[in-house]
Design a protein around this ligand. Structure first.
Ligand SMILES: NC(=O)C1=CN([C@@H]2O[C@H](COP(=O)(O)OP(=O)(O)OC[C@H]3O[C@@H](n4cnc5c(N)ncnc54)[C@H](O)[C@@H]3O)[C@@H](O)[C@H]2O)C=CC1
Ligand SMILES: O=C(O)C(=O)COP(=O)(O)O
Length: 411
């Protein structure tokens, strides 16, 4: 790929200092400014060709448009729902993230919330601090033998499952993309949501926030759960409908909730946070030294690789083998010839949307829809099949030359 010139990067949130050092060591000027208002960001952004954020900076279409010279938005973390990726794409701005850098930390916090819910750790501590000694009020229940429902069996869902199994929990789950035989290999029995709801003692969600996951747990689905079910959300606010959750907590249908994320952050509406059966954190899933070090370093290295022309824009600068791990097994590889240059592209369909995962060994993880112009599909390697499906999409300078099914190593 040709090098992309990046001279000035704005870091708008608390990102590990290694990020700044790596960029500076590679001749990129870095400014760190935290807690900027929307107007301050709009005024400031035009001075930069790179922006690095976490989850708090809202990179709206307005911000993207105001940023005349912006070429790259780096997300030091996983979720890019605070970035208007479509607006960025339309304006030629690359969005890249560091998925995987904070997986373990988010999984560990999820487990901590499940454990705290089972034994009322947070509530008991508050009571002790209030000078009480209340042993009866905080009677808990064991996790051993209980059922944990995991909705979203990606990176974090998997790590949560394997950890909670060590407490003797039975782990069941649902994911429209991860194949049942893959999740079965790490001890999660997949089933439909209809089958899952009534079996769970605990439910934890680990999906991105998108139309199909917004309000996944709502009045109707909570009513299908066991009375007293406990729920955890360390993914994104809104996957569990907050008003429905409050109603379920008040009726006793929900016995407790562990929340790390909210529709509005910080939440102005405090009823959930103040509920006695809710334990909450201020979006701390990725807030560990280790996760921040990984994400800060990775995003800087990815930008440097892009500047040096080593890796394709939007790519994660990990080696090919590492990059392969964690990609879904429904992915397939095609070799694409564009204007005389050959590329090996790896694509998949996620939640019904075709997505590009890799190009020439470089991993894309931003949820950019490829619907419309480019289609990736899973098929057996077959020279006859490909021309028949590519006829529509191949133009003068586009030619798909071969297709082979791809499986991640170890599966
Ligand atoms: N609280 C925090 O600080 C952190 C939160 N996160 C959030 O956690 C979530 C999960 O992250 P990862 O595991 O890294 O993502 P991932 O992309 O590895 O996994 C997400 C899984 O959800 C599945 N999914 C999509 N639609 C679904 C549906 N309708 N029902 C069930 N499953 C569905 C996908 O197939 C995928 O397997 C994301 O929203 C991410 O932003 C990630 C890191 C830290
Ligand atoms: O990576 C993610 O998706 C997260 O939610 C972590 O957010 P943060 O970087 O801690 O603002």
């Amino acid at each position: 790929m040709p090098p992309v010139s990046i001279q000035r990067v704005l870091i708008s949130e608390s990102v590990d200092p290694r990020c700044r050092s790596i960029l500076q060591e590679n001749g990129i000027e870095v400014t760190e400014r935290q807690n900027m208002s929307k107007d301050e960001l709009l005024a400031e952004i035009k001075n930069y060709d790179g922006l690095i954020v976490r989850s708090a900076t809202k990179v709206t279409a307005e911000v993207v448009r105001a940023a005349g010279a912006l070429k790259i938005i780096g997300r030091a973390g996983t979720g890019v729902d605070n970035v208007d990726v479509d607006a960025a794409t339309k304006n030629g701005v690359i969005v890249m993230n560091t998925p995987g850098g904070n997986t373990i930390s988010a999984a560990e916090l999820t487990c901590a919330l499940v454990l705290s819910l089972s034994r009322n750790v947070a509530q008991a501590d508050m009571s002790m601090k209030a000078g009480k000694w209340d042993r009866k009020k905080f009677m808990g229940s064991e996790l051993f033998g209980k059922v944990l429902g995991i909705v979203g069996l990606g990176r974090i869902g998997k790590e949560v499952a394997t950890r909670m199994q060590s407490f003797g929990m039975r782990t069941i789950g649902y994911d429209p993309i991860t194949p049942p035989d893959v999740s079965a290999a790490w001890g999660v029995e997949q089933m439909s949501l209809e089958q899952l709801w009534p079996q769970c003692d605990y439910i934890t969600v680990h999906t991105p926030l998108m139309p199909s996951t917004t309000g996944l747990l709502n009045d109707e689905t909570l009513a299908k759960c066991k009375k007293g079910v406990k729920v955890v959300n360390c993914a994104r606010g809104g996957i569990i409908d907050e008003e429905a959750l409050l109603r379920a907590l008040e009726s006793g249908q929900c016995g407790g909730a562990g929340l790390d994320v909210y529709v509005e952050e910080p939440p102005m509406q405090r009823a959930l946070v103040n509920h006695p059966n809710v334990i909450s954190c201020p979006h701390l899933g990725a807030s560990t030294k280790e996760a921040q070090a990984r994400c800060g370093q990775e995003i800087a290295l990815q930008i440097v690789d892009m500047v040096k022309g080593k890796a394709l824009v939007g790519a994660v600068s990990r080696n090919h083998e590492e990059a392969m791990e964690g990609l879904d097994s429904a992915a397939c590889v095609v070799e694409v010839s564009l204007c005389g240059c050959g590329y090996k592209a790896l694509g998949s369909v996620q939640a019904g949307v075709p997505v590009l995962l890799q190009l020439d060994g470089c991993v894309f993880r931003q949820p950019v829809s490829l619907a419309g112009h480019l289609l990736f599909f899973k098929a057996e390697s077959s020279p006859q099949l490909l021309p028949s499906v590519t006829g529509e999409i191949s133009g003068d300078c586009k030619r798909l030359t071969s297709l082979s099914p791809w499986r991640p190593s170890g599966l």
